[in-house]
Design a binder for this molecule. Sequence first.
Ligand SMILES: N[C@@H](CCC(=O)N[C@@H](CS)C(=O)NCC(=O)O)C(=O)O
Length: 342
Amino acid sequence: MINTNIKLIGNPASPYTRKMIAYLRYKRIPYQVIWGEASDVLKSMKIDPPKPILLPVFLLPRDGKITSVTDSTPLIAEFENSYPERSVYPNDPPLKFINYILEDFGDEWCTKFMFHYRWYFSEDADNAGTILPVGIMNNISDEELAFFKDHFTKRQVERLWVVGSNDETASFIDKSYKSVLKILENHLKIQPFLLGSTPSSCDFAVYGQLTQLIGFDPTPRRIAHEIAPRVIGWVNSLEDGSGYEDKENNLKLSDLPQTIHELFQEMSSSYIPTMVANKQAIEQGKNEWEIDLDNGKWKQKSFPYQAKCLVWIKEEYEKLDINEKDEVLSFLKLNNCETLVV
Ligand SMILES: N[C@@H](CCC(=O)N[C@@H](CS)C(=O)NCC(=O)O)C(=O)O
């Protein structure tokens, strides 16, 4: 039998790996996960690594040859083309655009919660340092584990400032995490997924980060248990949505409940100003930047990838017709988010 399963290399503690596995399961696309250190796995398969090597790494045919590729959002877009059944995109173009923003919010802002809580407090860093190495190679000796724990922990703690987690931003990140959880908790009282009664790609993005925050790292897990039980239920079941009914998402942007407006209001004081400031810093050739936010200062290293995310958001916006743009712009303006597209 010819094996046509899609292969990916990942780590259970990688939020983007979890995003993509949950997506593939929901879509009922056959796949095989290779748990491992991507560079070693690729070397053993004689496949050139992607640049940079980020998780998960997919092995997909390109120009007739199996090639390593990364980046979850465009990969979902590619799979949606090849596997149109059980679409994770809303049919209404303005809502599809809102989904695109929320997917990016999950990938680029919620990941700051994840990285911060994983490595900022010693209890969490100790947990991650121990479990990360055994997550992909559990038959290592105590000495090897001690070596990898030390190596991983040092490397990641040193990189905290890259995502903007530091003593000045810690309480801002904590407030934003709690606020997002409370909004999602209220939202899930009204509908089962972010954009209606069927999962969209943004569900999988936010889900991916939350698998870690509520299932792996002790501090954010405790917080979620205190304030957001429905969010925990949502994450646990979205892990395998293969049995969810086939339903098209025919919701319109104008049907969105107040809770999604609240989520955008939260984003207007966190995700959006930091994405915009980061892009400006990149354009001005600055290596790092800082801005004043409502609840404190934000400081981080300039991140070229996130500047590109903003360009892609604008490209998606440009695909809308004039009436659709108007509708989206009124929604964004209502929630102070228009700087994302203007
Ligand atoms: N935009 C990428 C981000 C993937 C990503 O950042 N993956 C992390 C792990 S979850 C990674 O591989 N980081 C490399 C490192 O920490 O060295 C996506 O959506 O797939």
